[in-house]
Design a binder for this molecule. Structure first.
Ligand code: SAM
Length: 277
């Protein structure tokens, strides 16, 4: 009793919520609170730049992943991290809301909001169980956020719940082939040409030199899951880069030669069935 009374209310609330989180969400919160300092400068650079995607910085003009018209659209970024994707959407006229599982990542996002003079709501929370009302958004996006770090069997139904009929979902993550060919230990180098693990059943991964939990699905399972949750799939974009492409220094998952032959990253674009109002 005494300890609770002496504690600031918001801290007590955060701890109660975090005690209720699924184990992988708790593990990823701890991991991302630890990783966050390595993402500040990259976040700042991305806030300053035009939209581009993934480890190869492929320009939006080339991939055309975003809807043509975002003006006055309610959009949610699931696992927004430093929130540069939300900043890009805000500059295109949308009303973004970001949600992320890491307090420290959100601190960076708030710092960058002040630096760039752009303000939009940011929530601490789990993309698998958001605080948002049913049918509150026209567009949901996740670039290596929920798309990689949240359980797809929980966050895809949640995205379907909070999107309006006719609303669009875009998720951007590691390519399925990359996941099969990348060595277990980072020290063993980038993806090779041998299949190192089964395709069928790929789902939850904890790498031996890390504590965070990632999620990957075979393509057939993405199709089944999206359709079962009321989405029609509009595009699967398998990202191919030129043989002289340069990847972000932070991630050397694949050489450019590899990524010119096989998709190191992929984007799924799906639309929630039903008529927009
Ligand atoms: C690669 S980072 C962020 C991606 C963002 N585009 C960026 O680079 O700033 C991945 C983010 O996903 C967040 N995340 C992981 N699991 C999550 C979950 N269950 N719900 C919401 N966010 C989550 C992490 O906290 C982290 O900030």
């Amino acid at each position: 009793m005494l300890r609770q009374a002496a504690e600031p209310l918001h801290l007590a609330t955060i701890r109660t919520v975090s005690e209720e989180l699924p184990e992988h969400v708790r593990a990823n919160r701890e991991a991302w609170d630890r990783f966050a300092h390595e993402y500040v400068e990259r976040g700042r650079r991305n806030w300053a730049e035009e939209p581009h995607w993934g480890i190869w910085h492929v320009a939006e003009d080339e991939l055309r992943l975003l809807p043509d018209d975002l003006r006055d659209k309610d959009v949610v970024e699931l696992g927004c991290g430093t929130a540069y994707v939300s900043a890009w959407l805000a500059r295109r006229g949308a009303r973004p809301v970001g949600i992320d599982n890491s307090t420290v990542q959100l601190d960076t996002a708030r710092t960058l909001q002040r630096e760039f003079g752009l303000d939009f709501p940011l929530h601490l929370g789990n993309a698998e169980a958001t605080p948002f009302e049913d049918a509150s958004f026209d567009y949901a996006i996740s670039e290596y956020g929920a798309a990689l770090w949240a359980d797809p069997y929980a966050w895809i139904p949640e995205a379907a719940r909070i999107l309006r009929p006719g609303g669009e979902l875009m998720l951007y993550t590691n390519g399925a082939l990359l996941h099969l060919t990348i060595p277990e230990l980072e020290a063993d180098g980038p993806a090779g040409t041998q299949l190192l693990r089964p395709y069928f059943g790929m789902y939850r991964t904890i790498w031996p030199d890390d504590t965070s939990v990632e999620f990957h699905l075979p393509h057939g399972e993405w199709v089944r899951l999206l359709r079962a949750n009321g989405f029609d799939i509009e595009r699967l974009v398998e990202v191919q880069v030129p043989v002289d492409a340069v990847s972000d220094e932070q991630w050397q998952f694949a050489t450019a030669e590899w990524a010119s032959k096989w998709p190191s990253e992929e984007a799924w674009i799906a639309r929630k069935r039903g008529k927009s109002t």
